[in-house]
Write a protein that binds this ligand. Structure first.
Ligand SMILES: *Cc1c(COP(=O)(O)O)cnc(C)c1O
Length: 371
């Protein structure tokens, strides 16, 4: 039997969000779906398989080689880019699983050449350029020339792409333009050496707001899952949330005024209060710092969460819900009746971003996939 706490992943919403993004793009622009970190909590293999089966994207991206291997073991055949730094110790895993590594130093290229030769299969790489994020990538022309020399010396390492990452594309057009100019100068230098890689820069914010920087491909992450990278704009963005989070009332009681509730008795009832217990807590990824801040939906009514959120359970005030009963459905993220709670709403209350709310939903919460 299914746990009464679960997440519903509405897969067709992924396609809707991709269609929304493509409204801004040229028809020939390639589309990469970022499905790192368990597809932002949505399930990496299920999302990867669905996107492949529906022919919706040209490429997938993950953060670390292990995630790429997980997709291959799940029979996903699409090209897969690893966005982060691949440890040399993982090179054999990368080459043998046909994963594409991000590289930016000659040492990385030489190490892959040795590995590719011994396995007997070319290593595929995208060259990473740092145009302002200051995280990973080639920083200047001297470094670029050195790594291009390494490519020339390594016939088994194929540079199939080149990319950069925007640092402020959800909020700073001037800095984004500066990054794009630096990127285009780097790309011109790479082309002048005879390389013909697929060129890409845009994350979700770039894809939605800067079609002028779409180049050959875009990398779509958070917006694929229905959140705008700028939380103030999610509502008017035309994006559809993919994940809903549900539980069901496990216990119900009415307490008189003056009763303390949950650990530390930090919440004290100020009037006779109908209190529901829910079988979800921070062990399921419902953040403890939401204590006393978040609402849930019961019977289409917004109900305040009260008392310290526990590891496995928490309480809510359902005084305003008529005919409330044990077993009633509770929405923590998603719609019920006319009300909606978004990941952005919880993110604001928890002083974080929608990304972290979605991918906090823990392994203990079963995902139900809807087509
Ligand atoms: C995570 C990531 C993305 C996706 O970013 P979103 O803001 O989720 O669209 C794109 N590119 C790189 C390099 C990333 O690390």
């Amino acid at each position: 039997m299914l746990r009464s706490t679960y997440a519903v992943i509405h897969l067709p919403a992924l396609l809707k969000n991709i269609r929304r993004a493509k409204r801004n793009l040229k028809p020939e622009t390639k589309f990469l779906a970022v499905i790192k970190a368990n597809a932002y909590g949505h399930g990496i293999v299920e999302v990867g398989r669905y996107l492949e089966r529906t022919d919706a994207v040209d490429m997938l991206a993950v953060a670390i080689p292990e995630e790429g291997v997980q997709l291959r073991e799940g029979s996903v055949k699409l090209p897969i880019l690893i966005l982060g730094v691949t440890d040399a110790a993982h090179n054999a895993l990368v080459v043998s699983n046909d994963l594409t590594a991000a590289v930016f130093t000659p040492e990385q290229v030489y190490a892959l050449e040795v590995c590719a030769k011994s396995i007997g299969r070319d290593a595929l790489v995208h060259l990473k350029l740092d145009t302002g994020m200051r995280r990973i990538g080639v920083l200047d022309n001297a470094q670029l020339d050195a790594v291009l020399d390494a490519f020339d010396a390594c016939p088994h390492v194929r540079m199939t792409g080149v990319f950069t990452h925007f640092a402020k594309s959800e909020s700073d057009p001037a800095f984004t333009r500066l990054q794009a100019q630096r990127f285009e100068a780097f790309v011109a230098r790479i082309r002048a050496r005879g390389f013909r890689p697929v060129v890409h820069a845009c994350n979700s914010a770039g894809t939605l707001d800067y079609p002028e920087y779409q180049y050959d491909m875009v990398r779509f992450g958070i917006a694929l899952y229905g959140c705008h990278p700028d939380p103030r704009r999610t509502e008017c963005s035309g994006l559809t949330p993919v994940m809903s989070l549900y539980t069901h009332i496990s216990n119900l009681k009415t307490l008189p005024a003056g009763e303390g509730v949950s650990y530390g008795l930090r919440y004290v009832t100020s009037h006779p209060t109908r209190i529901a217990t829910l079988p979800i807590g921070y062990g399921d990824g419902y953040k403890r710092c939401l204590t006393g801040k978040a609402d849930v939906l019961v019977g289409g009514v917004r109900c305040p969460q009260i008392g310290t959120i526990c590891m496995d359970q928490m309480m809510v005030d359902v005084t305003d819900v008529p005919d409330v009963a044990v077993g009633d459905e509770v929405v923590l993220i998603g719609r019920q009746g006319r009300e909606q709670i978004t990941a952005d709403e919880l993110a604001a209350l928890a002083d974080t971003i929608s990304y972290e709310i979605l991918l906090s939903v823990s392994f203990r919460v079963p995902r139900l996939y809807e087509e």
